[in-house]
Design a binder for this molecule. Structure first.
Ligand SMILES: [Zn+2]
Length: 153
């Protein structure tokens, strides 16, 4: 039987679908129960498929106060990324949400209370170091997703 090569575009789509993307909501809710048991509300959390441009900069996740949404880059869902690192990023964004729903006027983005909350989760220094060590791979994966979403263009 002759071997048939898949068109490049199909191959890329298969690559993108070749891993199980975890559900972020249970991760967020577990962290909220553990670290902010008195929280009256929680944000919505969704994966963000990087589309717009290839990059040399890194954004793992972000919180949008106007929507009360947390966005996490889909590149972090891949199997080579430790789940503890993903949790660390989700927790960082949860701290932004908590700062937003209990605002203090004139407070900086990473205020003292923010840093105190963040430090309650063990391993922050370790995961900061991990992100620095793995930055290049992360950027490659991010850019690969951007290319895939553009149909390989
Ligand atoms: Zn931040």
């Amino acid at each position: 039987m002759p071997r048939r090569r898949l068109p490049v575009q199909d191959t890329q789509v298969q690559d993108v679908q070749a891993w199980v993307v975890p559900d972020l909501t249970p991760i967020l809710h577990k962290l909220a129960r553990q670290y902010f048991p008195d929280a009256k509300a929680l944000p919505v959390i969704v994966w963000h498929f990087p589309r717009r441009k290839t990059t040399n900069e890194v954004t793992f996740g972000w919180y949008r106060p106007c929507e009360k949404f947390i966005y996490i880059s889909l590149a972090l869902s891949q199997p080579w990324v430790p789940r503890k690192f993903l949790q660390y990023i989700v927790y960082h964004e949860l701290c932004h949400f908590m700062q937003d729903v209990y605002p203090v006027e004139g407070e900086p983005v990473h205020s003292d209370r923010f840093l105190e909350w963040e430090a309650r989760m063990p391993g922050a220094a370790k995961w900061d170091a991990w992100s620095q060590t793995n930055l290049d791979q992360y950027i490659r994966e991010h850019n690969r997703l951007v290319k895939a979403s553009n149909g390989g263009r």
